[in-house]
Ligand binder design. Structure first.
Ligand SMILES: [Fe+2]
Length: 268
């Protein structure tokens, strides 16, 4: 019998606090709608992966207007709100770091670490015969992403150790250009190193990214790569200047049959 798996990837939830609107979108309200949509899926997905930019108190309109300074407590509050919203999911959830995230408050609130320090949050888990690799491309203070050499060494080793397991990798920053210079300047900066590791393994079935608030699907080195739009505002595809649309919230339903990965983007 062919192995199969279905799961949901959604991304860029950009939680601040209830009632705060970013680019004309109440990001708590749109995440709530996406969570409800996931809970209605039949059959239920095996799990959800949230692809980074989980919170963004740094772009709170009050902080942007310098009406008050950004504090670690702001991040903790945003993670607490995120946690309460995603706790309504009826399936397990895995979280990826994005450029707006900060590891110390994430670790304190979400991972319940009492003495957190700023170390990358990457790991792999099994879903039936499949393996899912969660990568951390966050470089605090920078919009672009980077995968550290220790993380790439870990990834290479993990792929070798589980060479039989069809594997899907999830990383926040897009690992291929999407064709808009403004976005491609802040992509995964050492994408070449990443693709070198991918090429050396023979078990990667797909790569999932967020960050661009845009749907993009391509194939690189024989591996399908999908970017998933945001659960809140979207980048206006086809525009040559920065332009965002206030929705709709979207999620990606990923289906694996053997080593074939297909997916559909659902407007919520
Ligand atoms: Fe984002």
């Amino acid at each position: 019998m062919t192995e199969s798996l279905s799961f949901v990837h959604f991304s860029d939830t950009h939680i601040v606090r209830p009632g705060v609107r970013l680019r004309d979108v109440d990001t708590c309200e749109t995440l709530t709608r996406v969570v409800e949509a996931v809970n209605r899926l039949t059959p239920p997905p095996a799990f959800v992966v949230i692809g980074g930019d989980l919170v963004s108190p740094d772009v709170d309109p009050e902080v942007k207007a310098k009406a008050r300074a950004l504090t670690v407590r702001d991040y903790e509050t945003s993670y607490e709100v995120l946690q309460s919203l995603v706790s309504r999911l009826t399936v397990p959830v895995h979280l990826v770091m994005g450029n707006h995230d900060r590891r110390v408050p994430f670790r304190r609130v979400i991972l319940d670490e009492s003495q957190p320090w700023d170390r990358p949050h990457y790991y792999a888990f099994e879903a039936g015969p499949y393996r899912i690799g969660i990568l951390d491309s966050l470089v605090p203070g920078h919009d672009g992403g980077y995968l550290s050499q220790p993380q790439l060494a870990w990834l290479r080793q993990d792929l070798q150790r589980h060479a039989e397991a069809p594997t899907i990798l999830v990383v926040h920053h897009h690992a291929v250009p999407v064709g808009f210079a403004g976005l491609d300047q802040i992509m995964l900066m050492n994408a070449a190193d990443f693709w070198m590791v991918v090429r050396q393994s023979h078990n990667i079935c797909a790569v999932l990214c967020g960050h661009v608030h845009l749907r993009h699907e391509t194939v690189r080195d024989g591996i399908p790569l999908f970017t998933t739009p945001s659960t809140c505002f979207q980048f206006a595809a086809g525009s040559d200047t920065w332009k965002f649309l206030p929705g709709p919230p979207m999620l990606r339903l990923v289906t694996c049959q053997g080593r074939e990965v297909s997916s559909t983007v659902i407007n919520v």
